[in-house]
Design a binder for this molecule. Structure first.
Ligand code: MG
Ligand code: MG
Length: 249
């Protein structure tokens, strides 16, 4: 079932989103060669707790940490550990915060030191595809309009889009209906309405879209070792478009 949020609920989600944005601001400051993903997780969790929220992902279906930390060829759901970031890596930090019962969710891919131009291009195109998708977020459009806009933009560069990983509705639960796929047909799927809150999140591989889950049951990697980028905002649908909730004012 797709829930429509009241203005009061959207303000609570905006506060959750602001806290998520503060985590990302901090991540941008501290991500550099030599830091471990476990240390990034510790810093992120502290920001969430200091702002009176709780980490949405910790203990969610058994996930052990506050953030997903996915390096290079890991697409999503990397478990923070003692792995040290090296110059030239990329890392996606995906983080959710729950404030007074409402969630915000945003993932972002960061450069560690000096990154190869081809990887910079992958990240730029993936980030741009997020905004191409968001341009379609307005009452009267359909979920498939978002999916199609992302797919059309990304495919032009020959990149792979793993279809099993999608955006989603969000609110009292971090994952709600509907799914927001990153591939699809314009005009198809659920009708978008004012008050719906969704997380739009293109996830893109430089090469093939084929991927597998690690033995830990969480991390997802490409078979061909191609690197992955991922950009996500939580938004609320307004009268004539969308409002990004996962940002600082
Ligand atoms: Mg999400
Ligand atoms: Mg996320």
């Amino acid at each position: 079932m797709i829930s429509i949020k009241s203005p009061r609920e959207i303000e609570l989600m905006a506060e959750a989103g602001r806290i998520v944005a503060r985590v990302h601001k901090k991540m941008k400051e501290v991500i550099k060669p030599g830091i471990s993903t476990l240390e990034l997780n510790r810093i992120a969790e502290q920001v969430i707790l200091d702002n009176g929220a709780t980490p949405s992902f910790k203990n969610y279906q058994g996930f052990p940490c506050a953030v997903c930390a996915s390096i290079n060829d890991t697409l999503v759901h990397g478990i923070p550990d003692h792995t040290i970031l090296n110059d030239g890596d990329i890392i996606t930090i995906d983080v959710g915060a729950c404030y007074k019962g409402y969630h915000g969710d945003s993932g972002w891919t960061y450069f560690v030191g000096n990154v190869d131009q081809k990887v910079i291009d992958l990240c730029r195109v993936t980030e741009e595809s997020l905004y191409k998708g968001l341009e379609q977020v307005k009452p009267g459009n359909h979920v498939g309009d978002i999916s199609h806009a992302i797919e059309e933009y990304v495919r032009a560069y020959g990149y792979g889009i793993p279809e099993d990983y999608t955006g989603h509705g969000i609110g009292r639960s971090v994952h709600e209906d509907p799914y927001i796929p990153n591939v699809g047909k314009a005009g198809s799927g659920e009708l978008l309405k004012k008050g719906m809150c969704i997380a739009v999140e293109p996830m893109v591989f430089m090469g093939s879209d084929k991927c597998y889950t690690l033995k830990d049951g969480w991390g997802v990697k490409s078979y061909d070792h191609s690197w992955a980028a991922h950009y996500e905002h939580t938004v609320a649908i307004t009268d004539d478009g969308y409002r990004i909730l996962t940002k600082e004012d």
